[in-house]
Design a protein around this ligand. Sequence first.
Ligand code: BMP
Length: 211
Amino acid sequence: MKKLILALDVYDRKRALEIAECTAEYLWAIKVNWPLIIGSGLGIITELKQVTGLPIIADLKLADIPNTNRLIASKVFEAGADYVIAHGFVGKDSVKAVMELGNTIIVVEMSHPGAREFIQPATDKLIELANKLEPFGVIAPATRPERVSYIRSKLKPGLKILTPGVGAQGGKVREVLKAGADYIIVGRSIYASENPRESARRIFEEIKEVV
Ligand code: BMP
């Protein structure tokens, strides 16, 4: 089963499509974040889907009132996104507004050091929110496998754990999968490498060895 998600954080449309095409074979999905949307427009979601046939995750980390979350998410789902990432800390109503429109992923704990300041103290409440709303899955930090294990132990079975932070941020494929991650999100270690296809293939093989 494919578990690798490419975080395609480049600006340029042509480059994005080239990297997506040459790595698609090894991916479960492609994650599109603000850099690519700002650089290439929302239409890149539709194009990436057409070119690769893969699910597209729109990582907008929506964190607004329900109406604004709804206005943004509806356009993004319309463009072809299969999943939208939303922040949970803004509250149940804001997350529900996105979930009513399509598959949603809630940020439960982020991977950077600053996540310890405000997000980590709220992790338990965010897990509770996810268990109540039952989205497709949650974001947990590959940089702290012990936190992935903790989140796994509290999260309802069936909810997926998606983990960014492998590679450039220091997370390790093996450790995070053993901790209970369902999907590994990798950006720079693939798109900024000399040979993105080969880098994706190596991570794909490493995942295969563990699962
Ligand atoms: P990279 O492998 O280059 O560090 O990219 C990680 C990707 O995952 C980026 O798109 C980043 O915005 C995203 N991400 C993250 O790194 N940590 C989180 O907690 C949540 C994220 O969405």
